[in-house]
Design a protein around this ligand. Sequence first.
Ligand SMILES: C[S@@+](CC[C@H](N)C(=O)[O-])C[C@H]1O[C@@H](n2cnc3c(N)ncnc32)[C@H](O)[C@@H]1O
Length: 246
Amino acid sequence: MAKEYPKANYKEYRESRNPYAPKIRELELAPGPKTILVDESSEKNRGEWRKFFARDGLLNLELGAYHGETSIHLASNAPENLHVAIEWKFKQCYKAGKKARDKDLENLTFLRANIARLPWVFAPGELDRVWILFPDPWSKTNQQKWRLLQPGFFHMLGALLKEGKELLIKTDHADYAAFIAESLQEANCFSPMDKELAASRWALIPPTPFERIFMRQGKQMHSFALVRNANPVKPPEEVQQVLAGS
Ligand SMILES: C[S@@+](CC[C@H](N)C(=O)[O-])C[C@H]1O[C@@H](n2cnc3c(N)ncnc32)[C@H](O)[C@@H]1O
């Protein structure tokens, strides 16, 4: 089983010809709540996200936010918290940022960014809670190297979360769930959360858009509610310097 994330994924951003690229830039520059940051702009608040939101608060991060439904729900229901959400696809991210803006949400920003660039976006220990809901499973054997949730990725997340901070993951994909469990065991930097606490965290979010599809298909869900433990981490070489430079 491939367990090394391709190095090319850590690369910097290039200008895109995606038809939503100019629209998303326009939204980013519009006056009003900063509900969207694009590519290199997503890396300008590293270590200073609380300054960006102009207040303190528990910092949530959602990875693979799609149209933004879950993060908008979290941000609307917990205005005392701060929320950052990452989505790679221009159109989806544009829609998410637009919705958050139309709702005047001042505690949420969407990043059109690559999850692999996380260490450029956040400083070590900056995050409080990370949500990863229905990550792409990359089912075919020759695609499995693209799976995000590999041991090196958990080490990278482990550097961004202090001891006791939380990681919540859900997938419908039995093979990916087994791969995640194996990767977590190998990384050894997250431990299962207390059951009651886990139930209270899952109660914070309604079924996601992908989850609703999988529910209709009668699929079984696999969830991981975890806390960062005290074990040391060894993030991938490509990001070690970035993390150390904080
Ligand atoms: C299967 S969808 C799940 C969406 C949503 N979380 C849900 O449960 O409905 C996975 C999402 O992750 C995004 N994604 C995948 N790889 C990414 C990456 N490297 N950086 C940013 N977003 C990524 C995809 O564009 C897609 O919107």
